[in-house]
Design a protein around this ligand. Structure first.
Ligand SMILES: [Zn+2]
Length: 143
């Protein structure tokens, strides 16, 4: 039987499981932030060896990268996917930062209402070719 590493967010209590024989398991020794937007809690290893029912199975490298890049299903979209996702939807929140030029704020994310109970946030980043979509997260309304 393969042993499992159980990890939990100290803020929202989401639980992940990673097989202990994962080749990138050492990445989980570093400081990892919770990938469940907008939570920014710390992910810590638990001493438990029994996998909780609610644990989400992930690869170590996916969990390590998820806070910034999102999980693979959060950053694999086509142009058509994005257009269908955004067009006709209501924007409920925009996250801005002050840029170097006072009249040119930086848009960090745009949150869109999917329905009465769900929102999704498009996280943006810059690239040499323009603004890119870093990831799209389903927002945790319980935080
Ligand atoms: Zn969390």
């Amino acid at each position: 039987m393969i042993e499992t590493c159980i990890l939990k967010c100290t803020a929202c209590n989401i639980v992940y499981s990673v097989p202990s024989n994962d080749p990138d398991i050492n990445l989980l020794d570093k400081n990892i932030r919770c990938p469940l937007y907008p939570c920014t809690g710390a992910i810590t290893k638990l001493a438990e060896t029994t996998i909780p029912v609610k644990a989400i199975p992930v690869k170590a490298v996916e969990l390590y990268q998820a806070y910034v890049l999102g999980f693979p299903d959060q950053h694999t979209y086509s142009l058509t996917d994005i257009l269908n996702f955004i067009n006709g939807k209501r924007i409920s929140r925009v996250e801005l930062d002050q840029g170097l030029i006072e009249t040119r704020p930086i848009i960090r994310s745009i949150t869109i209402e999917i329905d009465d109970n769900r929102t999704k946030t498009i996280h943006l980043a810059s690239s040499t070719a323009g603004v890119i979509i870093l990831k799209i997260t389903e927002d945790a309304l319980c935080l």
